[in-house]
Design a protein around this ligand. Structure first.
Ligand code: FDA
Length: 314
């Protein structure tokens, strides 16, 4: 429908450098960024985490950045994660996984031509070591479909030493129900989301309703399985279905969790936590917020209209 088209168009034009410069410079960007991003520095991410913990919400922190092709930049990102994990531990926020981290492999080297996978694996391993040291976990974000196989391969390699590493699967991809079957085993942590990139018809459902139906099929597989499902959606129908399926399979509240993004449905996040469910908030921080912001805008037609109007009046 119209909103699926608008979403596709926004993700497409966002790839232009001219559009990128206009958006980064626009004052309106700052207001929208502040809604979805904790700040630029490690201490701001830690402060946001502490605030969310006061309402009993769990946290996963993402250092913004993607498609890094410079080795030194990838290593700086790795080091920032290590600093962040130590800072969380210092404020006693990491223990028992209360706050964990989310890592995009393309931010730690996957996109470097040639040996990108090896670089990403080595950097991700260092992040996992730091996480293990402070008693928490790491989850690999999932990026566009050209990286899915390589990301799952890196997941397998990391899990040999760190069996608690989790990954994201995206229900807009045709392949995902089968990936869920592969990853529904004991000890496996899967964050299930709809998917946020512009993907071709050959690999992904284009219609929102089909993505939702795929989400339900994947939920059935994960909830019936032995793993730890992480239900990452703001869609009230899917939250309800996940709750019903967990009940149907006799799952206890600590055997799965709900997850939402910072700045999206904040009241509902608190309500779900108050009802005794585990609710984890995805908290991004850092100065490279452009790609993340565009994907958040694309999710909501009202956001796009507001944003384009403000840009035009500048
Ligand atoms: P949908 O987009 O249908 O939204 C349902 C309702 O939620 C909307 O009607 C609206 O009320 C509200 N809503 C949703 N988005 C909003 C927004 N931006 N602003 C305001 N309201 C909004 N994707 C990916 O490709 N790779 C990944 O690794 C991850 N990781 C990830 C982690 C976590 C914890 C979450 C919650 C999401 C992701 N995503 C992701 C993003 C995901 O794929 C998806 O794009 C968004 O979650 C939006 O989809 P919903 O399931 O919320 O449904």
């Amino acid at each position: 429908d119209a909103s699926d088209l608008l979403r596709g168009a926004l993700l497409q034009i966002s790839e232009s450098d001219t559009v990128r410069s206009a958006v980064v410079a626009a004052p309106v960007s700052r207001a929208v960024v502040n809604r979805y991003v904790a700040g630029e520095e490690v201490d701001e991410a830690v402060a946001t985490t502490a605030r969310l913990r006061t309402t009993n919400r769990l946290v996963t922190i993402d250092h913004l950045g993607e498609d890094v092709t410079d080795r030194a930049q990838a290593e700086r990102t790795r080091d920032t994660y290590v600093t962040l994990l130590d800072a969380l531990a210092e404020d006693d926020l990491a223990r028992f996984g209360a706050a964990e981290v989310s890592v995009k492999l393309s931010a730690v080297g996957q996109s470097i031509p040639g040996d990108g996978d090896a670089v990403a694996l080595e950097n991700a391993r260092a992040v996992c070591e730091a996480a293990e040291r402070v008693g928490t976990t790491v989850t690999l974000d999932m990026e566009d479909h050209t990286t899915t196989d390589r990301t799952l391969e890196t997941l397998r390699a990391l899990r040999q030493d760190f069996p608690w590493v989790g990954a994201v699967l995206q229900t807009y991809l045709h392949r995902t129900e089968s990936d869920c079957r592969d990853l529904a085993h004991e000890g496996s942590r899967v964050r299930l989301c709809k998917g946020a990139y512009k993907e071709p018809e050959s690999v992904a459902f284009q219609d929102g309703e089909d993505v939702d139906l795929s989400y339900v099929r994947c939920l059935k597989v994960l909830m019936a399985g032995e793993g730890y499902p992480m239900v990452a959606t703001h869609d009230p129908r899917l939250v309800e279905i996940a709750r019903a399926l967990a009940g149907h399979h006799g799952r206890s509240p600590d055997s799965y969790e709900f997850q939402m993004l910072l700045g999206v449905r904040d009241l509902e996040q608190k309500r779900i936590a108050d009802r005794g469910h585990q609710m984890r908030v995805y908290v991004p921080f850092g100065d490279d917020w452009y790609g993340y912001l565009v994907r958040r805008l694309a999710e909501r037609p009202a956001n796009i209209r507001f944003f384009l109007r403000s840009l035009a009046s500048n």
